[in-house]
Design a protein around this ligand. Structure first.
Ligand SMILES: *Cc1c(COP(=O)(O)O)cnc(C)c1O
Length: 423
């Protein structure tokens, strides 16, 4: 093993994969430094191609709530491998995962499995539009709902604005029916609902894709009331928060009942999976029980279903959420002290973001006031201390059941040292 194996592999990757990656954030463009090429992972640790070990606060951007390679998941996958990996037919393991999701989230009476969070949100929006006979959807600035055209709408100002496309290649027409309002702003949402014939409001009940931004007290309840009043479908995008902030997701934590819910990440334990579900009268409009078309060759994939069942069974029986809450508090408190006046820490359970800026971060506009240079410096310091932290100010860090207090303290210690050096 040469000391530059990661670099060599990345150079090879860049010649044949755009940016050397299969998803943009992995290229470290926002923070600088050479992105790692990961060779293996176990528990709360990843090892790069040079044999260097890191404490992992990325956790594949959310799925690994039990850490990498939890024995229950490994055993379930091995067992399923012996039975086959894809059938193009309903399997018992798929019914089993659906049972668990329906039991965990009372708002979900029926569920459809897909292959990613992107597919889940795209399909939920289609269903909401079909069910209401309306086209307009409202989303919040800074909330990410996957990369489907209609949801790749740029940030608006505080007041509702019809949005412009957030990427070249997205036709204006594809986002013409997408209205963007500020997160945590009930007045802007109420105005949008009043002004447009809204099919659906789609929201991250705890925002995790502008960094972690929890909902203000009463915000989600107000969205529920507005959707009910105007006959719009309330879609909670719980791809990140489902089984993360509580077993029953943010809807359990905040006691608000959406019409449709999107899931992904944790329910696949690191295998490609997504799901959308909700009220029976809505879900029965999905083909073939209804006319709203949506399909997938590998949807309900038995390997992914088996991994999901294994994770949910550990989460349901154990005391993982109490442990994650404790460790999350430890990390957030420690980081807050380390940052001092140079930053603020947002947290929801085991979702944590250290914003390098002043003042509270409550929406995309305030998140964007962060000092991205300083975040880059902090990130490189973490990297040099063996801490694998999400490589963007606007990504949330995660904890798993495999993280020890020592792992958490290592991240805090490295941040303290970096901040002291910068002062
Ligand atoms: C990750 C994520 C998505 C997209 O899921 P993919 O599996 O990457 O397509 C959608 N919504 C939220 C809230 C997410 O965190």
């Amino acid at each position: 093993m040469t000391a530059n194996r990661s670099r060599e592999l990345m150079e090879r990757a860049r010649r044949i994969l755009p940016g050397g990656v299969s998803s943009p954030v992995r290229a470290f463009n926002a923070v600088g430094g050479e992105p790692p090429v990961v060779a293996a992972a176990q528990g709360a640790h990843v090892t790069d191609a040079d044999g260097r070990e890191y404490i992992d606060f990325v956790l594949a951007y959310g799925p690994h709530i039990l850490g990498h390679n939890h024995p229950a998941v490994v055993d379930a996958l091995a067992e399923q491998l012996g039975r086959g990996v894809a059938f193009g037919a309903t399997s018992e393991i798929e019914i089993g995962l659906a049972d668990r999701i329906v039991a965990a989230m009372p708002s979900i009476e029926m569920v459809r499995f897909v292959n990613s969070g992107t597919e889940a949100t795209m399909s939920a929006v289609r269903l909401a539009r079909a069910a209401t006979g309306r086209d307009i959807i409202v989303k919040c600035a800074g909330c990410y709902h996957g990369h489907a055209d209609a949801l790749l709408a740029g940030a608006g100002s505080g007041v509702a604005t019809l949005s412009i496309a957030g990427s070249p290649g997205v036709p204006a027409g594809a986002v013409a029916d997408t209205v963007v309002v500020a997160y945590n702003d009930v007045v802007a949402m109420a105005r949008a609902m009043d002004e447009y014939q809204v099919a659906a409001v789609i929201v991250e009940p705890v925002a995790g894709n502008m960094g972690c931004v929890p909902p203000r007290g009463g915000y989600l309840r107000s969205l529920r009331e507005l959707c009910t009043k105007y006959g719009a479908v309330l879609i909670f995008d719980e791809v990140m928060t489902g089984f993360r902030v509580a077993y029953g997701g943010a809807q359990e934590l905040y006691g608000v009942v959406p019409d449709l819910t999107c899931l992904g990440k944790i329910i696949g334990a690191g295998l490609p999976v997504g799901a959308y579900g909700g009220r029976r009268d809505l879900m029965e409009q999905v083909a073939p029980s209804g006319p709203v078309y949506q399909a997938g060759t590998l949807s309900g994939n038995p390997l992914a279903m088996a991994a999901g069942v294994a994770v949910l069974d550990v989460l349901r029986e154990g005391s993982v959420y109490a442990q994650l809450e404790e460790m999350g508090a430890r990390l957030a408190t420690g980081l807050s002290l380390a940052l001092g006046a140079g930053g603020v820490v947002n947290r929801a359970g085991s979702m944590v973001t250290a914003f390098l800026g002043i003042g509270p971060v409550t929406d995309y506009a305030t998140a964007q006031t962060s000092d991205l240079e300083r975040f880059g410096e902090l990130h490189r310091a973490w990297r040099n201390s063996g801490i694998f932290w999400p490589p963007s100010q606007f990504e949330t860090a995660f904890l798993s059941a495999a993280h020890t207090p020592e792992d958490v303290d290592a991240a805090i210690g490295a941040a303290s040292a970096a901040m002291a050096f910068a002062r």
